[in-house]
Design a protein around this ligand. Sequence first.
Ligand code: ZN
Ligand code: ZN
Length: 107
Amino acid sequence: MTNHCCETMNRQVNVACDQHADPFSCPDALVAFSAKFQEYGLIIHDGGTATSTIEFCPWCGRRLPESQRDRWFDELERRGIDPWEDEVPAEFEDARWLASTEPAQGA
Ligand SMILES: [Zn+2]
Ligand SMILES: [Zn+2]
């Protein structure tokens, strides 16, 4: 499980509601975390799946990790995969692709 900036965020992105399997249909869910893009968004409860991306945690005020959305598309392109046309590999549906493509971190 991803560790978020603070306990509140941890709780919020992992809201376990026994009435709504989908956080977008749960009025108690405030924040959606996209593992594949590493993006946080405020859920807009308009019946769809719209979110408003946030850069700072509303609770602890810390800057949230940078979005990996551009890299996601870059990585797929590098593999010759068109996300609109082709089937996206399973590891690209969550955070696993980050582990497999992470550049070696300097000390
Ligand atoms: Zn926080
Ligand atoms: Zn609910």
